[in-house]
Design a protein around this ligand. Sequence first.
Ligand code: NAD
Length: 304
Amino acid sequence: EKGNIITVVGSGLIGRSWAMVFLSGGHQVKIYDNKPGQASEAIAEIRKQLEELEHAGMLRGNLSSAEQLSLLSSREDLQQALEGAFFVQECVFEELEAKQSVFHEVESLVSDGVILSSSTSCLMPSNVFARVQNRTRCIVSHPVNPPYYVRLVELVPHPETLPAVMDAAFSLMTDAGQVPVRLRKEIDGFALNRVQYAIIAESWRLVQDGVISVKDIDLVMSEGLGMRYAFIGPIETMHLNAPQGNEGMKRVLDTFGPVPNFSGEPAARITKEICALVPGDQQHLAARRERRDQLLMGLAKLKK
Ligand code: NAD
């Protein structure tokens, strides 16, 4: 029998989300956070969210919210939090030093077969796990916010990671209802952010060069490409369009400008334009994030 306990280290936004995903998969989840009281706060927040999701008919998995909550606990002590775990998901601040020392300490407290997984968005596995002795069991499992509705997880190996560890993480994520993808080797930005940055760069250039407004380039994505990309990726898109050939695409790509530096006068102008649409104060931003998550919930329902 495979182990069933997963330890989540760091209980901010992403730690809480991972806990909810793993609970929906029927795992026992133990949360640890080095800020006193933070883990029990996380539990209260997760309780509230699971009950709301159940009420909205959006709870994931086969268990009720009460059953899922009975699988959740927190420890104020890292060693106790790690006891019995087969998988550790690290979700601490995005700082190399913090992650390196967390994994160094975690490794000293778990046996050799335990998988060490990091949520890092932007750090390379070879750096994150530099202070771990046995790096064959290390992996990055990069979620997308909010993971409860956006199910992609990028699995990125350390150069020494065993295929069996990639496979185990892949099964764990799949069983918990996520959609894992495998990178065959580490690369800065992984796959999702590299594609995202390409889109942002060209959108920025088009606005900066006066070709289109901020409002309209965002509509190009939300009412155009995004409609398709929720279901069909870029390579299948090409495949479906095949008879048109790729000459036009190559010609246009040759006209792309250099990487923008996202600063100075153009940045001030673009910021002013977006703030006229979505004011940049915390209250407006929080409301827009809430709206985004509600819309993603609807899309997740539709995709199911
Ligand atoms: P956060 O600031 O909300 O939470 C971090 C938590 O880690 C805090 O509760 C903090 O007390 C705790 N912590 C810090 N150092 C610790 C330590 N040494 N031991 C135990 N706990 C510690 O951050 P977040 O947004 O949840 O991000 C966590 C990780 O997930 C980051 O690596 C981030 O890049 C990644 N990530 C974030 C997003 C996102 O959209 N927020 C998306 C994908 C991946």
